[in-house]
Design a binder for this molecule. Sequence first.
Ligand SMILES: C[S@@+](CC[C@H](N)C(=O)[O-])C[C@H]1O[C@@H](n2cnc3c(N)ncnc32)[C@H](O)[C@@H]1O
Length: 610
Amino acid sequence: MKRTEIINLLIQNIDAKKYLEIGVSDGTNFSNVKCDYKIGVDPSTETSANFHLTSDEFFERNEETFDVIFVDGLHHADQVYRDVMNSLKVLNEGGYIVCHDLNPVEEQHQIIPYQGGAWNGDCWKAFVMLRMERDDLEMYTVDADCGCGIITRGSQELLNLSYPMTYHYLDQNRKELLNLISPEEFLSKFVDNKQYGLSELLHNYVYDPENAENNFSLGLYYDGIGQTASALSYYLRCAERSNDDLLKYECLIRGAMCFDKQGTRNFTVKSLLLHTLALCPHRPEGYYMMSRFHEKENKDGSWNESYTIASIGLKVADLNPPPLRTDVDYPGEYALHFRKALTSWHCGLCEESRDLFLELLDKYEMTPSFRQIAIDNLKNMNVNIKPFAVYTKDKFDRLKVKFDGAENISENYSEAYQDMFVLTMLNGKRNGTYLEVGAGNAFYGNNTALLEKEFGWKGVALDVDEGFVTAHTNERSNPCLLRDATKINYVPFLNGLDFPNEIDYLQLDCDPPEVTYKILLSMPFDTHKFAVITYEHDYYCDETKSFQEKSRKYLESYGYVRVVNNISPDDSRPYEDWWVHPDLVSSNILNQLLDISDETKKAEKYILIK
Ligand SMILES: C[S@@+](CC[C@H](N)C(=O)[O-])C[C@H]1O[C@@H](n2cnc3c(N)ncnc32)[C@H](O)[C@@H]1O
């Protein structure tokens, strides 16, 4: 059992929403933690932490609270002690602190300072100190992955040490000093409370070993603690005994995953996956795993097999079927399209690969890592990954209005020049503010990335898609919150974030058009003014053809001026109107860009001179 598994199980157990990691390093753990909102702190600028600060600096500035906090920064006892004490101040009720590296198995692994080689530091001393001082805590160390401490509010009997804290003393008294528990005990204490503990599972099994469900439950249990050899024998027993094809299918898939983790039985993985295809040819997971299997196999012809399997799956499988009982790492509807895009390139079908990757980026909300692979592949093919209008430095001379700083922009990010419009209306304002409703990607097609990155703007973005929010959190400095924008009371929300009453940019873009309109109606126009607004009414695909007109009337009633109508990324999809508040922008610039004729305006033609 690894630290990531422990953290994810705790997150799952309390339905944690906010996660903090102190010491992110290369993100091995951070990137695999499954939580809506994640903050990483690490002073090293080589890491992908959100805050490049020491933990002390971070806690001094931080005003947020968290449900699960992982303390894995500087491995010196005094620092770990401070990190835990600071974490306790911002730990939500019912939350957990996890500390890494508490159980060094060699004396030299815990000598300060670091002497090279495997090293855990003397974090264990901080843990023991807290076990001596804090009877308001409950503390355990899971005997896994170098010792993972778990701290939660509760009660414990204080330790009374009769000897100095030497390694020898630890070595003789690990169980007592660290309150060591096995992974199985961890599961039954922290995870299985609502389900079955191991003893109950075994009891059921002994009582009725032929029962498929009893076998499946034991398979899942052992899988959960990383004991794949035991897990797979129960999965196979379940598959042999069940009459339910879907359950058999799931057992074979999970069995193949167990063998795959062991890394030694390729032939068996393949034959289990072939059985899944025979059992449920209309389910997509088997094709997806088989296509990946062939890629990994990396023999002559493997890419062709991988491509063929993905193509067959796309023809015969339901890509969005009812879910299985458990997560089998099937990413979703786009998975087989992604496999086909990836494999076709290796089979020499370069155009097919390019078109599929472009379609994937356009149509599917992939996780950040899939999206990144698609982008990287397209870059390798020298494809302009923005199939929409991009501003590049060579167009500077053609800008209708050359705002301050425009000469330094090498490329923008918006789909249809929205970022350039905002900067134009505010003459290249630096350190502006924005509220971005419907954030989408962190950079690709994003309307605030250029403002933040090159003009120092601060702001907050909102999105309901976890993947987008995670990517923002990882890749951008300004926050992106996982919130349903139709359910926010914006006056207290903005006041709580210390926003001024005059905000430079409001982006409203949450398809479908009725949702964007609903959000428009909830904007705090009585108390706040926005200098520039880009509003997406999606006229071209609005079946009611009503939201364009309604939004115009509404914004006009608050004194906003429409600068341009019916903006489109190309010649044929009028989807946005762009607005300003006349009190907050220069009338000179406004007059230069005013164009409210009825025709559709391709954004590039509008911003640039021919
Ligand atoms: C063991 S690594 C973290 C591994 C990571 N948590 C994982 O599980 O994949 C320790 C990290 O702590 C960082 N670190 C060092 N001093 C720190 C401090 N004062 N505050 C926060 N992080 C610190 C180091 O830069 C390093 O990246």
